[in-house]
Design a binder for this molecule. Structure first.
Ligand code: SF4
Length: 460
């Protein structure tokens, strides 16, 4: 290990130093894999929360999985705070270090001890240990940890801010590592069944953290095709990973899960991109699912005949007239924009912090064909420039974009809290999302009144 990285190094500086140190410390392969899976530029530095939060969240949401962080105390404090803010209600393990334990290699010994003490088979199926920036840059070799202890799987991952651009992609780092472990277990022999019984016949596994009402809605949508849902990813329990792998096709409704998709492909599963949003998106998605699951044309037509009229009615009943921009770091921004355009919105700009992938290509094409500029790896500066250029009736965006919009007297809502907390698919989505737009644009005059009220006021 290289001791050149001070424990207080942070995401706000020293990126090149951290990368050089990580390479010198033997992490070149890890950085190369991250650079391939999560291509960078122009936004290659965290502009939102620490990316490792994505991995931490995936670990904390799983039953019988312990999650331990190895990183600077300030980073761990922020990550722990954020996880509890989002209702984790679970302990976050932490292996502290100082310059001496980092330089001498004692930190790795401390991690090994913590993992060994935590890996109690009565309590856990797996222990996840996450290297944050400094331990990654210092080459702490998590790959040298035992692969299992008393049957408890040990999953060590590097999730540095200088290698994983967004917390969304960090979800994939852990979800993909777990799916790979489970795939190799399943290839070696019999594995546990998922707790919930799985139907016979073709199955789809949904990839992405979805609004809880969306999977049941999709299940009903797929029923006429004889297709059911396998457990989705990120999983809520280790044995669900086997159930997910038992699907016929994986649906990358969140299109940035590159490592997870790679594991599904390695297991011989078909992959379907895009998602059932609005009329066009739903018709296209059902056809792709039908193709991927070998459903008959009649079965696919039956599913469309059942789903599409309800979506049309919902769209007709919830037409909107608003000029908007949509931006965020959730990975569903293109889908949201598609749906809103079908509901009547004019959306000249969509920004997403996520990269372009094969699985969002159909959505990007659809939007661009309607004159929308789609900015992948959008930087906050690009989103704000679009805000001032478009002057929308309403912006969906990240916290700093919403702040910029409100300072300019424009209505704006936070994507994560408002949009991701609503159904997106099928008729439910077609009713829910336009309703947000209607409610927010109806109160637009409040913003200009606020601007007038505060105009000329001294900053505090
Ligand atoms: S671990 Fe997260 S908070 Fe800490 S330096 Fe890296 S990106 Fe920043």
């Amino acid at each position: 290990m290289d001791g050149a990285i001070p424990p207080a190094s942070s995401c706000h500086g020293g990126r090149e130093t951290m990368i050089a140190a990580a390479k010198a410390a033997g992490k070149s392969d890890v950085l190369a894999r991250l650079a391939t899976d999560y291509p960078q530029g122009p936004h290659d530095q965290p502009q939102s929360m620490c990316p490792a939060f994505g991995s931490l969240r995936v670990g904390l949401r799983m039953r019988r999985v312990a999650t331990i962080l190895s990183g600077s105390a300030c980073c761990v404090y922020g990550l722990t705070f954020t996880s509890h803010f989002y209702g984790a209600r679970r302990s976050v393990g932490y292996v502290p270090f100082d310059s001496e334990t980092l330089v001498t290699g004692q930190l790795f010994e401390d991690i090994r001890k913590a993992v060994r003490e935590t890996a109690r088979p009565d309590d856990y199926d797996a222990v996840v240990i996450i290297n944050l920036c400094v331990p990654t840059a210092s080459g702490v070799p998590l790959d040298l940890l035992p692969k299992q202890i008393d049957g408890v799987r040990i999953i060590g991952i590097d999730v540095p801010g200088f290698g994983v651009p967004t917390h969304a992609e960090a979800k994939d780092v852990l979800a993909g590592a777990m799916l790979k472990y489970a795939r190799l277990e399943a290839e070696r022999g019999a594995v546990a069944r998922p707790r919930a019984p799985m139907a016979e016949g073709p199955k789809i596994s949904l990839i992405g953290e979805l609004f809880p009402g969306d999977p049941p809605g999709l299940s009903a949508m797929l029923a006429p095709m004889g297709v059911s849902l396998a457990p989705g990813l990120p999983a809520r329990e280790w044995r669900d990973l086997y159930g997910a792998l038992d699907c016929t096709a994986a649906a990358a409704v969140h299109p940035f899960y590159t490592a997870t998709i790679r594991e599904f492909a390695a297991a011989g599963r078909n992959i379907v991109g895009s998602a059932p949003v609005g009329l066009d998106g739903t018709a296209q998605w059902l056809e792709m699912v039908g193709h991927a699951t070998n459903a008959t044309a009649a079965a696919t037509d039956a599913a469309k005949a059942k789903a599409l009229p309800a979506i049309k009615t919902a769209l007709d009943d919830n037409q909107i007239s608003a000029r908007m921009i949509v931006s965020g770091y959730e990975g569903s921004e293109l889908l949201v924009a598609r749906l809103l355009i079908e509901a009547g919105a004019d959306i000249p700009y969509v920004g997403t912090a996520l990269p372009r992938t094969d699985w969002s290509a159909a959505d990007c094409d659809w939007l661009e064909a309607r004159g929308t500029h789609v900015q992948f790896r959008a930087a906050l500066e690009q989103d704000i420039a679009a805000l001032h250029d478009v002057k929308p009736d309403l912006a969906f965006g990240t916290t700093p974009l919403v702040q910029a919009a409100k300072e300019a007297g424009m209505p704006a809502v936070y994507f994560t809290n408002m949009v991701s907390a609503r159904p997106l698919f099928g008729a439910a989505g077609a009713a829910a999302l336009p309703a947000i737009v209607k409610a927010q644009t109806a109160g637009a005059s409040r913003f200009s009144r606020m601007l007038e009220f505060f105009e000329g006021g001294a900053a505090c």
